[in-house]
Design a protein around this ligand. Structure first.
Ligand code: APR
Length: 309
């Protein structure tokens, strides 16, 4: 258990993530920080009052400044605006880059030793903004996208095959956007290659639905974007770090030549443990997957070009 985890942004994703972290007792204190007066305090108090019922001892506190967050060992960044219908993740880039810049400056000042898990979109670019502004090494700035995209992919596969979601092993790599790369060659059902169980047409449909997984939910909600699964994915990454589980999860990592990419964030298989990003694992890809990953990386680079630091 850590002493303190801070979640910046007490909106849908941030507040739900804080609750999941508290329920898992991953820190003695979870601090919720937001610019809106009263919201982080009210949500934190409400969550803390669920502790006797849910049976956790983590104290949840809310604040509009970073005083209570000082010295946090881990910070989750969810500050920003959420997608509205018709908006792509990239439409968010300028607004959220300004917000994430401010947040990263505060993290650097008040939580200089923290591992940062970035959730704000467009994800890969917000990770880069955070890394540049904090000056933290790549081990300590990791992005949440692949775990969520993979969870969506696994859910749709389980539905198509009528099997438990727990028996689907898969990885979705690439940038967190329409160009993401579900690795069909590494998708198995209890070790059985998925290609033996589903034909190409059905698999292509599932891959397509995964790529549009976020937009499908935005279209239903109309005034916001997904947060239950995103906060679960965030909590899984945090848990692997806090408990030093060394789980191999698809995360956005700063690349230094891996997969032929460098100077950018992109979703790749990562080992997460107590030091944060402990290893980027390189696996062989098919020619088709390699070219899809390159295309996805190009899309991330284009979005990076829209931001001045
Ligand atoms: N510092 C702290 N919090 C901020 C700041 C800031 N500078 N600017 C905005 N916020 C807060 C807002 O006040 C709001 O409470 O961030 C919160 C965002 O919450 P929501 O609007 O509910 O958005 P949410 O669905 O939680 O998504 C947040 O995560 O998944 C991504 O694309 C999503 O980028 C978006 C982020």
């Amino acid at each position: 258990m850590l002493s303190k985890i801070t979640v910046v942004g007490a909106g849908n994703v941030g507040a739900t993530a804080a609750q999941r972290l508290a329920e898992k007792e991953l820190a003695r204190t979870v601090v919720l920080v937001d610019v809106i007066e009263g919201v982080p305090q009210g949500k934190a108090l409400d969550q803390w009052q669920s502790a006797p019922i849910e049976g956790f001892d983590t104290r949840v506190v809310g604040a509009n400044d970073y005083g209570p967050a000082a010295g946090s060992e881990l910070v989750v960044v969810t500050a920003g605006i959420a997608r509205k219908p018709g908006m792509s993740r990239d439409d968010l880039v300028r607004t959220n880059a300004d917000i994430v810049k401010q947040v990263a400056q505060q993290i650097k000042q008040h939580c200089s030793k923290a591992i940062v898990v970035v959730v704000s979109n467009p994800l890969d670019v917000m990770c880069w903004v955070t890394k540049q502004v904090t000056g933290f090494p790549r081990e300590r700035v990791i992005g949440m996208a692949g775990v969520l995209d993979t969870a969506r992919y696994r859910t749709f596969l389980a539905e198509a095959l009528d099997v438990s979601v727990q028996d689907i092993q898969a990885m979705v790599l690439g940038g967190h956007g329409d160009t993401m790369v579900p690795l069909i060659s590494y998708t198995t059902v209890s070790g059985i290659p998925v290609t033996q169980l589903l034909d190409k047409t059905r698999l292509d449909k599932i891959v397509d639905r995964t790529r549009n997984g976020g937009a499908e939910i935005v279209a239903f909600l109309k005034t916001g974007s997904a947060y239950y699964a995103p906060s679960s994915a965030t909590a899984q990454m945090v848990e692997s770090i806090v408990l030093d589980q060394k789980r191999l999860l698809p995360c956005a990592a700063w690349l230094e030549g891996e997969y032929g990419l460098s100077g950018m964030y992109c979703g790749v298989p990562c080992k997460l443990g107590k030091s944060g990003l402990e290893q980027v694992v390189e696996v062989e890809l098919t020619a088709e997957e390699r070219s899809a990953l390159r295309k996805s990386a190009d899309a991330v680079k284009q979005t990076m070009a829209a931001v001045t630091l």
